[in-house]
Design a protein around this ligand. Sequence first.
Ligand code: PNW
Length: 484
Amino acid sequence: MTFSLYTRRGLTVAALALGGLTLAASKQGGEMDQPRAKSDFPKGFRWGTATSAYQIEGAVQEDGRGPSIWDTFCRLPGKIRDGSNGDVADDHYHLYKEDVALMKALGASTYRFSIAWPRLFPEGRGMPNPKGLAFYDRLVDELLQAGVEPFATLYHWDLPQALQDRGGWESRDTAQALADYAGYVAAKLGDRVGHFFTLNEIKTFVELGYGAGVFAPGLTLPKGRLNQVRHHAVLAHGLAVQAVRAHGRPGLKVGMAEDITAALSDLDTLKNIRAAELATRELNAPYLTVMLEGRYTDAYLAAAGADAPRFTANDLKVISTPVDFVGINVYAPGAYVRASDAPSGFTTIPLPVSYPHMQSSWLKFGPSTLYWAPRQVANLWKPKEIYITENGTSSADRPGPDGAVYDLDRVMFLREYLGNLRRATSEGVPVRGYFLWSLLDNFEWNEGYSSRFGIVNVDYKTQKRTPKLSAAFYRKVVADNALA
Ligand code: PNW
């Protein structure tokens, strides 16, 4: 590639980003712009972006919203890297129309957002707050008007503080409270929202919030109590699936949006591929595996010993209530393994310290994870439909002197991961859609605003939105339903 070509394309991209996603690049001519063979995704494949309430909405004291565990946690000194909180975030509560317009400009046909439980039930249960629901009524109507199909997550980590005060996920009652809230939402929004996700990434909020203590509510529970928290959370999922079905219209679809720990094999021989699949089943034992099989694996129960969760046979039935689809969040390889003679059938290969990662140190670069994870889910559990409910990356991107954001690392990441997703769909793995995390830079939990995952830059001082290079990239993928 010559320098002059780079410059020319650079300028084109700058105009594009500043001009609000008008795609002029293909009109520029030159050898780089010749049409190439397209690699298609299946017809009707759903392309979207994803966000969550506490990370973008702000307006935490408005219209009767009650406090959540994240409002409380952010006030604890030293817990959030930049000392920030979600009080204002992207001010999406007020700017949602602008944000829906961004989605429309992107050409995305779907949007995954979450509903803030403490807006609807400030105390977690009891009397609903109609003003809280009214916001999601407005948002859903705006989306539908823009031709964007709403996919709603019921729980993206913002537990009402009032419920935490009564034990939070250590209490079995919290699972029932979530189901009651889920049924209410399905009754009120289910006429217009056709897809619901129960809980987002049980694994992440349990491990980091109740185990490591680095996420809200900041607890470091001993093993037995932690296993009980895991159990209550998957129980909440099953109860919520039933509640959504009981209160929503017929035909409405419901499933999970779980962080899969996907094992990759070090060398893809048939034996190793099988071992990796076994490893994935085992590594997700208290989460996806119990939700989809209705049993805790023998190895999980044996390893837990006296610390195993207390449960009934009926609990397992509820937890594994059939779902309409499996949603998986896929960012990084969960482990590298190979076949072995050990009882488990696999052994784990350590990562070299030089193994590459994106801006976030946990975000190891492993594009083939987006091939193997859905393929393993399809082989292990045979779901009718799979959604990639999150995929994306952080980047230390900043607007340049020309105002544009050249997040080339994110474009590279998306191109490689999507190429692997396409391999999966072309082999018949039933992936029906993909939600890019995230539409906007936003409040990245304990990283505060220091970590940016958006394809649209947010200037937190002015709330100005500027689509990045990756937005132009994604817009073209969506328009072509293909990778160039
Ligand atoms: C997911 N980890 O969180 C969440 O669903 C989003 O809310 C979040 O913004 C996004 O991924 C990006 O982080 C995770 O440390 C947070 O392995 C941390 C980890 C994984 C997922």
